[in-house]
Write a protein that binds this ligand. Structure first.
Ligand code: GUN
Ligand code: FE
Length: 486
């Protein structure tokens, strides 16, 4: 028992063991080692005496045990498998147009502004800290086409202690004149970006928290040559890929005009070497059974972004069908087509989308083959499902010994809590469900990534004022810190 223990919690843990199985462990002791990994979990530790013995066994001072109060619990951090950091300033606006018009009118003009690094420095800190504060311990980000701003985003994610995948966007056709790259520049700057992010981690000899991800925006804005070239980069560096697939009917129609010799949208990506077990495709709403078969064969994950699908009227994604066919599914916010920054909101909208599908099917007859998504399933999608999409399911997503501790300390009874507890009536199962459907960032007391507290209502943001950290954030060049305004 030589492992050095850095933190011990005593209380209730709630996590997913599988899609169908949500485990609630009360009176449990969980210890984290100095590398941020879960070193031990002791269940049903009822007696103080036993608790003391365990503490002696692990040589941990009892007074430092973090004892959760009555209705508090620990759950795994949320994984946002698809979001656009540069679009956050638009969140909550511009929901009056379908995808292709929405991109032209609202999104491209905003993203273009990130050609200025100082604009990126003003905008990006807000979205990263907001996502973290909402319990997103891992985020899969699209940046923009701009190399320097994208590097800055990757550095910022790391500096905030969030786990993340950051992609410099590729687009070399069917884009506005002032927001498009040449093929050559796009490939070159992508390779430079990859090397930058990989070295960002190695500088300090730490284990990885931030990874590069190959990010063709979608097949409409990428030439065949570009898709093939960056597919080769993904292979060369063994890194993941993300894009959009089958989100909107006009988009699909345009794809069939651009690639008349390929049978469908999914095959376009496959043809260019972009589909494998490390690929995340956002949406996948209107896929044919042939396309779903290919997705399953290639082991591609689908990021379900229901808020976005409702907000810009893209359609209803049948997650039950994807799951039944053995396709990996996670949740995404898809800021800012989706207006919410929170995976809790994605959970709620995924629930509603599945109920709408259920109602539209069961109105004809008594067909019960599309039941709505259950609480254990929704919890799984928000945590373990996301971990599978980013290929970190052996590392994060639930509480197993040896996994890294990415977790939320939830306080359903916090000051000004948005949910009410009825002590003699509620139990943990009900309170967990209430939190998933009614809770918000006020309930997130502490947010941990790899064992380290990085956000939450009791997190001292003063950390961000730390001079060394600010210096590490890099080249602030006398610019104003978004936190201290100095
Ligand atoms: N398809 C291509 N680009 C985008 C984007 O920025 N958001 C969404 N929702 N779909 C896209
Ligand atoms: Fe998107």
């Amino acid at each position: 028992m030589s492992t050095k223990i850095s933190k011990v919690f005593y209380g209730t843990l709630i996590h997913s063991l599988s899609l169908k199985s949500l485990e609630i462990l009360q009176n449990t002791l969980l210890g984290i080692d100095c590398f941020g990994k879960i070193a031990f979990i002791e269940k049903d530790v009822l007696e103080e005496k036993i608790l003391n013995e365990i503490i002696v066994q692990w040589k941990f001072p009892e007074e430092e045990v973090i004892r959760l109060s009555k209705w508090q619990f620990l759950m795994p951090g949320f994984i946002d498998t698809h979001t656009h950091a540069p679009q956050y300033p638009n969140a909550g606006t511009g929901m009056d147009l379908p995808l292709l018009d929405w991109l032209k009118r609202y999104t491209f003009p905003l993203e273009r502004s990130y050609s200025s690094l100082s604009f990126a420095k003003k905008m990006y800190p807000t979205v990263v800290s907001r996502l973290l504060r909402n319990g997103t311990t891992t985020a899969v980000y699209f940046a923009t086409t701009h190399l320097e701003s994208s590097k800055y985003l990757a550095k910022l994610v790391k500096q905030n202690g969030q786990r993340g995948f950051v992609g410099k966007v590729n687009m070399d056709c069917n884009s506005p004149k002032d927001y498009v790259e040449t093929l050559d520049d796009s490939v070159k700057s992508t390779e430079e970006f990859i090397n930058y992010v990989l070295n960002l981690e190695e500088e300090k000899g730490e284990s990885k928290l931030v990874y590069p991800i190959i990010t063709p925006r979608f097949a409409i804005t990428c030439t065949s040559q570009l898709m093939s070239s960056i597919g080769s980069l993904a292979k060369k560096y063994d890194i993941p890929i993300q894009s959009h697939l089958s989100e909107n009917l006009d988009e699909i129609e345009f794809i069939s005009e651009l690639f008349p010799n390929l049978p469908d949208y999914t095959t376009v990506y496959d043809h260019h070497g972009l589909l494998n077990g490390k690929t995340i495709m956002a949406h996948g709403i209107h896929l044919s059974s042939k396309e779903r078969k290919l997705i399953k064969e290639r082991d591609v994950g689908i990021s379900h972004c229901p808020n976005s699908n409702f907000a810009i009227c893209s359609g209803l994604c049948n997650v039950r069908q994807l799951l039944n066919e053995g396709i990996k599914v996670g949740l995404g916010t898809d800021l800012s087509a989706g207006y919410s920054k929170s995976i809790l909101n994605a959970v709620r909208n995924a629930s509603i989308a599945s109920r709408v599908i259920f109602m539209s099917h069961s109105s004809n007859d008594n067909d019960k083959s599309f039941p709505h998504l259950t609480l254990p399933e929704l919890t799984y999608l928000a945590t373990m499902g996301g971990a599978e999409l980013v290929n970190l399911d052996k590392k994060i997503g639930n509480f197993l010994i040896g996994k890294e501790f990415d977790a939320l300390l939830v306080d359903p009874n916090c000051n000004k809590s948005p949910l009410d507890i009825f002590d003699d009536f509620d139990d943990f199962e009900r309170i967990f469900e209430k939190f998933m459907f009614l809770g918000d960032e006020r309930n997130l007391k502490s947010i941990y990534v790899k064992g380290k507290k990085v956000s939450g209502t009791d997190f001292e943001e003063v950390n961000l004022h730390d001079k060394e950290l600010l210096e590490n954030l890099g080249e602030l060049n006398g610019e104003i810190c978004s936190v201290c305004k100095k």
